[in-house]
Design a protein around this ligand. Sequence first.
Ligand SMILES: C[S@@+](CC[C@H](N)C(=O)[O-])C[C@H]1O[C@@H](n2cnc3c(N)ncnc32)[C@H](O)[C@@H]1O
Length: 280
Amino acid sequence: MGKPSTVTSNHYSQPNLSRLIDTALSEVRLLNQTLDHKLISAIDQFHIGGLRATMDMIRLANFMPQDLVLDIGCGIGGPSRTIASECNCKVTGVDLDLGYCKAARTISKSLRLSDQTHFIQANALHLPFEDQSYDAVWTQHITMNISNKNALWREFYRVLKPAGKLLMYEVTCTSDDKEKIKYPTPWASKSEDSFLENINNYKESLNKCGFFIEHLDDVSSMAKSSIKSVIERIKQNGQHKPGLEIVLGGRFSVMMENLLDSLNGDQLNVVRLLAAKSSS
Ligand SMILES: C[S@@+](CC[C@H](N)C(=O)[O-])C[C@H]1O[C@@H](n2cnc3c(N)ncnc32)[C@H](O)[C@@H]1O
């Protein structure tokens, strides 16, 4: 099996996360009578493009209310809550980091979404679910943390029902020459913890596993403008307005600058993909 590193887990660990989240939720609550998933999206959508990227992916997914969705590498649960709220689906989020799962549960409780969203600490390569138990598997910015993509696809394929959907929103590299990519990035502190691959390798290995690719698009332009506005926000407000720096700490700003440099230098792409399992 591939390497789901403890290093990766350390990269994401944030010792005071629950306290920081509580403070951020209180600040948002002061301004708004009722919290909803959109109001806190600056804090809990842990990927490029935030809520907008998740909403775009939901449109692509075309979920039905009865669908059971598995959000792999769910972080603190923003996308899971958005899917649950927008599509009325039941969503299970899985993350390697126990602190993230706890924070995800706390936020879901505050938003009265505990019945529709559940969070479980588990490794994406060893999912604690029966074969053919989910209608859709969803990932946003997690495959860069996992070296053995074939093992990951096999696990996704195993838990999906026949004709189940795989939705992915991921950062890929453009060539095998990864020397120019700068670290830290939001997913890895150093290159040894980053398992970037070319989109052609994704397509080939997904096909080999049995998936049919139904949609693939490059959303790097959207990614660049979104990162630029985050950098601008940090510059203008210092680090005061709640944002993803709550989760990633003081290095968030440099991570975003590095990511933008690598996208501008065409070393990285951001892609969105929909694939399906065969119906029999
Ligand atoms: C960049 S964050 C994205 C979080 C979430 N998908 C979102 O978009 O808000 C990547 C997440 O993947 C999780 N992760 C990394 N490797 C994993 C693995 N092998 N199994 C489960 N989760 C993993 C990390 O703990 C982290 O929460």
